[in-house]
Design a protein around this ligand. Sequence first.
Ligand code: SF4
Length: 444
Amino acid sequence: MPLSGLDIYKLLPKTNCRECGFPTCLAFALSLAKKAVSLEKCPYVSETAKQALEAQSQPPIRLVRIGDDENKVEVGNETVMFRHEEKFHHPAAIGFIIEDSLSDEEIKRRLEAIRSLQFERVGQPLKTDLVAVKQSKDAKRFAQAVSLVTSLTKSGIVLMSEDASALKEALGVLAGKRPLIYAAGSQNVTELAKLAKEHGASLALKSESIDGLTELAKAANETGLTDLVLAINTSNANAKAIWDLTQARRLALKKANRLMGYPVVAAMPELNSYAEVIKAGDYIAKYGSIVLLRGFEPWAALALLTLRQNIYTDPQKPLQIEAKLYPVGNVSEKSPTLVTTNFSLTYYTVLGEVEASKIPTYILSVDTEGMSVLTAWAAEKFTPDKISDSLKKSGAEEKLTHRQVIIPGYVAVMSGDLEEKSGWKIVVGPKEAAGIPTFLKNLS
Ligand code: SF4
């Protein structure tokens, strides 16, 4: 069980010296119990107390790093069951499985396909993170394939093999790359854990049951290896796999079971693209930390990356863009000017429609603390005063010879007041962004 604030307090110096930034040792202890502060902030903790408290200050789900320092992928360190309780911290890593039985040319072609899977959505770059090389030939071919992949990608590497001698050879070409080895079972956990420790790799553990995973984690820990990942059986029906994923997280967070306190990897079985995306989507939504795919379809990658972006966005901080006047296309002093909010999704939806219209236009994004149009209007963050102020501060008056601004149709009710406050002529635009192209064409 985790220590309570009072348990921790008993281990602290109780001098209330304030050097940790808290007014009392008790306040510090309560904050440490909530994992809101690090133990290092108190310079006076005794060695004995430190040992007892260090375990407390560890995250309930270990942070595991894959890849070299420049291109590292971090998974784990999650603290809540549901994102609205706080947020999910480290987005599920998405990777692709490449078999070593493929020709070098085909491996190169697939890596090129993976490299092209880069998208931008609501101003954020989206890309996949890992490449998994799966052994199906001998140790020499496996090491060759790993070497080829490593020379052509900066993504983190997963070594999919249970053969210690093949892994040893492959690890030899991955110095400093911190790969993930997938996966050890009860027959080889000690051997692979020692190998992983020796080469600075992390190790996935594979078992049919939660109890089996616990036993494997215990055996791996005994070798001194703590960078572990739990592999779930994705051949099971989705409901069973999601049950296992949920149990693993509950045990780690609610029961402080340290042997379950590791990120979870789900490697997809052979499926058609649609079934694979559905299964992978379930795992991204429910506690999968790493999802390894077999398909290379761009639409599938985009769907999963979008889902991941939505799930791992901080629910308390909507994605926002800078509030300012944005020129779209080859604008002039006569270009129309649309007003919207600085909620990323709203802005990029409006931007997409303006671009589709091919009419150079200014978009004035008003600071509404990341709220969409109607929410901001209801919360009094998108008011005539705010819009007038934004118009003044944006430099629109210097850039434009006209004094006409288009507001979203949903807030038509503010037109009179806004016209009076800003001195600009107000034109009511369409309610939905989809109506913008036709609206702009009819305006000109
Ligand atoms: S620095 Fe340590 S001793 Fe001083 S108030 Fe904070 S917890 Fe107490």
